[in-house]
Write a protein that binds this ligand. Structure first.
Ligand code: IPM
Ligand code: MG
Length: 370
């Protein structure tokens, strides 16, 4: 049997720990039933780490993340941390993890499950069968650009500054991932920026166009302004296959794309670093949703986004496409059987607990793996 994979679990805050409990049951199932086994480490992150250690990311947690074969994160943040100094906020821990692990490629697929078509606020014909991928650049742009800060000007009044910056290398490497992924899907890329207003937009378009011409001319490429993309996503989302965009536009557009599917509670994501010489890459998997403090601790949250993030891990970190599909099919079947947490329960269905949703996925896995 192959050596165990090291998996670092960072449950985080709010509903993070309770959805992660369900994922751990699925990891145990894989340990028992499939050829892959996991050695699990766990560390607090975000507010939980601030409470225990006075920092949202300890050096030990970061070191474990750097060494792990993959990292699975729940969610961070909560209103009780609003007054914590900015550089110690739960979000700062997450941003530091992304930066230190060099997780530049953030994959946010938006897939509409047949059973959930009616959970979307959009009309059935607009979203039925939707399968798009937002690829967000995650380690540069205005999230990390310098200078930044709030300063006092000569007249005593203040101003705030953020900097949007992208190097050629940063744009090229995310565009490469976009074209590679598109070749395995619908072979179409929409590159999204604001070249009509921003220098980084003009530059982004230039680099993407040259890369396309030199190495990916077989892929259909479109350029689109970010505001138009937001509009097109709700008007006619099925025109898209892969959308590649910068850190801030990707943050916004991926929330928008998420709601096409009916609930943020369904959306997984993968954040990948560059490949090292041996074909290994650092990777972190997390649901797109936040810590949902309003329902935390009540066994009400939807664990499916985190469970589907684990499926992405099987596919992208361990090359276990069949095992990933097993998890995805278990989710599909449970939904088709009418099992729903509150966020996706429509008229005529009763909401089940987080734990009961976990039970349903395990039952489906047992059924599928006979
Ligand atoms: C996301 C979140 C984060 C971001 C926050 C929690 C810092 O909104 O992953 O989309 O803005 O990147
Ligand atoms: Mg966001």
């Amino acid at each position: 049997m192959a050596a165990n994979k090291t998996l670092l679990i960072l449950p985080g805050d709010g509903i993070g720990p309770e959805v992660m409990t369900q994922v751990r049951r699925i990891v145990d199932w894989f340990d028992r039933r499939r050829a892959v086994g996991f050695d699990i480490l766990e560390q607090p992150v975000g507010g939980a780490a601030w409470d225990a250690h006075g920092t949202p990311l300890t050096d030990e947690a970061l070191a474990d993340a750097m060494d792990a074969d993959a990292v699975l994160l729940g969610a961070v943040g909560g209103p009780q941390y609003d007054a914590v100094p900015r550089d110690k906020r739960p979000e700062a821990g997450l941003l530091r993890l992304r930066k230190e692990m060099d997780l530049f490629a953030n994959l946010r697929p938006a897939l509409v499950f047949d059973a959930l078509v009616d959970a979307s606020t959009l009309k059935r014909e607009v979203v039925e069968g939707l399968d798009i991928l937002i690829l967000r650049e995650l380690t540069a742009g205005v999230y990390f650009g310098e200078p930044r800060g709030i300063e006092v000007m000569a007249d005593g009044s203040r101003r705030a500054i953020d900097t949007q910056s992208y190097t050629e290398h940063e744009i090229r490497r995310i565009a490469e991932v976009a074209f590679d992924l598109a070749r395995k899907r619908g072979n179409k890329v929409h590159s999204v920026e604001k070249a009509n207003v921003m220098e980084t937009g003009v530059f982004w378009r230039e680099i993407v166009t040259a890369l396309h011409r030199d190495r990916f001319a077989d892929v259909e490429l479109h350029h689109m302004y970010a505001d138009n993309c937001a509009m097109q996503l709700v008007r006619q989302p099925k025109q898209f296959d892969v959308i590649v965009t910068d850190n801030l536009f990707g943050d916004i557009l991926s929330d928008c794309a998420a709601m096409l599917t009916g609930s943020l509670g369904m959306l997984p994501s993968a954040s990948l670093g560059p490949e090292d010489g041996t074909g290994r890459r650092r990777a972190l998997y997390e649901p797109v949703h936040g810590s949902a403090p309003d329902i935390a601790g009540q066994d009400k949250a939807n664990p499916l986004a985190t469970i589907l993030s684990f499926a992405m891990m099987l596919r992208y970190s361990f090359g276990l496409g069949e095992d990933a599909e097993l998890v995805e099919r278990a989710v599909q079947n449970a939904l088709a059987a009418g099992v729903r947490t509150g966020d996706i329960a429509g008229p005529g269905t009763t909401a089940v607990s987080t734990t009961r949703m976990g039970d349903a996925i395990l039952e489906e896995l047992d059924r599928l793996a006979v």
